[in-house]
Design a protein around this ligand. Structure first.
Ligand code: UD1
Ligand code: MG
Length: 450
C-alpha cells in the first residue's frame, strides 16, 4: 500500500511539473513534490558513504550514543539546486517557446522566419533571470561554506561574516531592480520626524547584509535536539509561503506580485527538501542535518526576504531566533563561559531531556561582568542559577539558549516533544507576525510600502 502511495506521489509530482504550459506555479509545486521524494530517496542510500568519508556525529541525547551520518543537508541542497536549474526553462517557457496563434503558420520554420521568435527574444526578462541566478549563486556559496564547516569545524570568527559576501549578488540585483532604501514612519511618530518616510540609503544595504549573516547563523544555534534545525526551517518556510500567497492572491501592485511569486518559486522547493530531510532527522534521528543544512536553509530564507522585498517582515518570523541570539550574547561574547555544546542533557533514568549547565569551578574568582550578567538574566527568569548558600557564589547556571529557557519553564521533556514545542512557538510567532503585517501595519502606515 505504501509503495502505491509513494508511486502516486511521484506521478503527481511529474504531472504537475509537466504542466508548465498552464502555469509555472503549478510546475513549481510539482517540482517541490519531486524534491521531497528525491531527498527522501537519496538520504538513506548515501548515509553509509557519508560515514565512511567522516561525515558523522554522535547522537548525544541517546543512551547508546550511536554514530549516524551528518551533513545530510548537502543532499537537500544538491536536490534543491537541481530543482532551481530545472525550473529555469519552465519559468521562462513562454519566452523560449512562443505560443502559436491561429492565424500564424503551422510550420515552425515559418514561425522563425516571420520574426515572431525574435519578438519573444526581445521581450525576454533578463532582469528576472538575473535575480534568479543571483539567488542561486548566494545559496550555493553558503552551502559550500556549510560543507567546509562540517568538514573542518571552522571557527566562529572566521565564518561569521562570510554570508554577507555571499549576499553581494543579491544586493546588486536589489540596487539595480528595485533600489528602495526608505522606511515608512508610523503615523504616531510622524510629528517627531516631520516626514512620512526616512531614507536609510547605504545603511539599508548594510541591514540586508546583516539579515544574510543572521538567518543562517541563527538557525545553526537553535540546534542539538533531533529535528529542531529542519523543523524550525520548515515552519518559517510555511509562514513565508503564507505571506507570499496573501500578496499573490490579493494583489496590491504588479511589482509586489512579481517579487512574491519569485519568493514562492524559491521557498516551495525548500519546503520539499526540508520535509524529505525531516523524515530521517525526526526523533529518533537516523541522520543529522549538519551545518550545511542550517546555512543553506537560513540563506534561502534571507534570499527570499531580500529579493521578495520583505526583509523587515521576515525578521518578524525570526523572533524566536532573535530572542535566542540576544539570550546567547553573554556566552557568544565571552561574558559567561561558553561550552562547545549547549544542547540539553538526557536523564538516563527518566528518558527525558533536562537543562544543560555551565559549571563555575570552585576557588576560581568570577569576573564582575559574569556575576552581573548572571544576576540580570536570573532576575528576568531567563536562566536558572544554583547558588552556594554559604559563599553566595554561583555553582552553575543553565546555558543561555531558547531550548534551555523552554526546559527551565516547562520542566524535563521527551526529545521529540521539545522539538514540537520549539516548532509550536515558531508557528505562533509566525502567525502573530502575519497578523501584525497584514492586520496592524495598514493601520500604522496609511500606505503600504511594498
Ligand atoms: C551549535 C551550538 C551548540 C550546539 C550544537 C548542536 C551555539 C553557539 N552552538 O554548535 O551549542 O550544541 O549546535 O548541534 O549555540 N547533535 C546531537 N543531536 C542533534 C543534533 C546534533 O547530538 O539532534 C550533536 C551531534 O554530536 C552532532 C553535533 O551536535 O555531531 C553537531 O554540532 P555542530 O553543528 O558541529 O555544532 P555547532 O553548529 O558548532
Ligand atoms: Mg551546527
Amino acid at each position: 500500500m505504501s509503495k502505491i502511495i509513494s508511486l502516486g506521489i511521484w506521478a503527481l509530482g511529474i504531472m504537475l511539473m509537466a504542466s508548465q504550459k498552464h502555469s509555472p506555479l503549478l510546475s513549481n509545486v510539482g517540482l517541490s513534490v519531486l524534491a521531497y521524494k528525491a531527498t527522501a530517496f537519496f538520504i538513506p542510500r548515501v548515509g553509509a558513504a557519508f560515514i565512511r568519508r567522516g561525515f558523522s556525529g554522535k547522537d548525544m541525547n541517546k543512551v547508546e550514543k550511536r554514530v549516524i551520518p551528518e551533513t545530510m543537508g548537502a543532499v537537500s541542497s544538491m536536490v534543491y539546486f537541481m530543482c532551481m536549474i530545472l525550473f529555469i526553462p519552465v519559468l521562462f517557457y513562454k519566452y523560449l517557446v512562443p505560443e502559436q496563434s491561429k492565424n500564424q503558420p503551422e510550420n515552425p520554420l515559418e514561425v522563425l522566419s516571420d520574426g515572431y521568435t525574435s519578438v519573444a527574444k526581445a521581450q525576454f526578462p533578463h532582469d528576472q533571470l538575473g535575480a534568479y541566478l543571483s539567488a542561486v549563486i548566494s545559496i550555493l556559496s553558503i552551502s559550500l561554506l556549510g560543507i567546509f564547516d562540517d568538514l573542518f569545524d571552522i571557527r566562529w570568527r572566521h565564518k561569521f561574516f562570510l554570508p554577507a559576501i555571499a549576499a553581494i549578488p543579491l544586493l546588486v540585483v536589489y540596487y539595480v531592480d528595485y533600489g528602495v532604501t526608505y522606511v515608512s514612519v508610523p503615523t504616531l511618530l510622524r510629528p517627531f520626524f516631520q516626514r512620512s518616510i526616512v531614507d536609510l540609503g547605504f545603511l539599508y544595504y548594510i541591514y540586508m547584509a546583516a539579515v544574510a549573516i543572521f538567518c543562517p547563523n541563527s538557525i545553526n544555534i537553535i540546534a542539538g535536539v533531533n529535528g529542531v534545525e529542519a523543523g524550525q526551517s520548515l515552519v518559517i518556510g510555511l509562514v513565508v509561503l503564507c505571506n507570499d500567497l496573501i500578496y499573490v492572491f490579493h494583489p496590491s501592485n504588479p511589482e509586489a506580485v512579481r517579487a512574491h511569486l519569485l519568493s514562492i518559486y524559491l521557498i516551495l522547493p525548500l519546503l520539499g527538501v526540508t520535509a524529505g530531510l525531516l523524515k530521517y532527522n525526526w526523533w529518533p534521528s537516523r541522520v543529522f542535518v549538519g551545518d550545511t543544512f542550517c546555512y543553506f536553509a537560513g540563506m534561502v530564507l534571507a534570499v527570499v526576504g531580500i529579493l521578495g522585498h520583505f526583509s523587515k517582515t521576515l525578521m518578524l518570523f525570526f523572533i524566536p531566533q532573535i530572542f535566542n541570539f540576544i539570550l546567547s550574547v553573554p556566552q557568544l561574547f565571552g561574558f559567561v563561559e561558553c561550552p562547545r555544546h549547549r544542547l540539553p542533557r538526557l536523564n538516563v533514568k527518566t528518558g527525558l531531556l533536562e537543562n544543560s549547565y555551565t559549571e563555575f569551578a570552585e576557588g576560581v574568582p568570577l569576573p564582575t561582568k559574569t556575576l552581573l550578567t548572571i544576576r540580570l538574566f536570573e532576575a528576568f527568569r531567563l536562566i536558572r542559577v544554583d547558588w552556594d548558600q554559604k559563599t553566595k557564589r554561583p555553582i552553575r547556571c543553565t546555558n543561555f539558549t531558547i531550548i534551555n529557557f523552554v526546559l527551565y519553564h516547562t520542566g524535563p521533556m521527551r526529545e521529540d516533544h521539545l522539538t514540537l514545542c520549539i516548532m509550536g512557538i515558531q508557528l505562533a510567532v509566525g502567525l502573530f507576525g502575519l497578523a501584525i503585517r497584514h492586520g496592524l501595519a495598514p493601520l500604522v502606515y496609511p500606505q503600504d510600502n511594498i
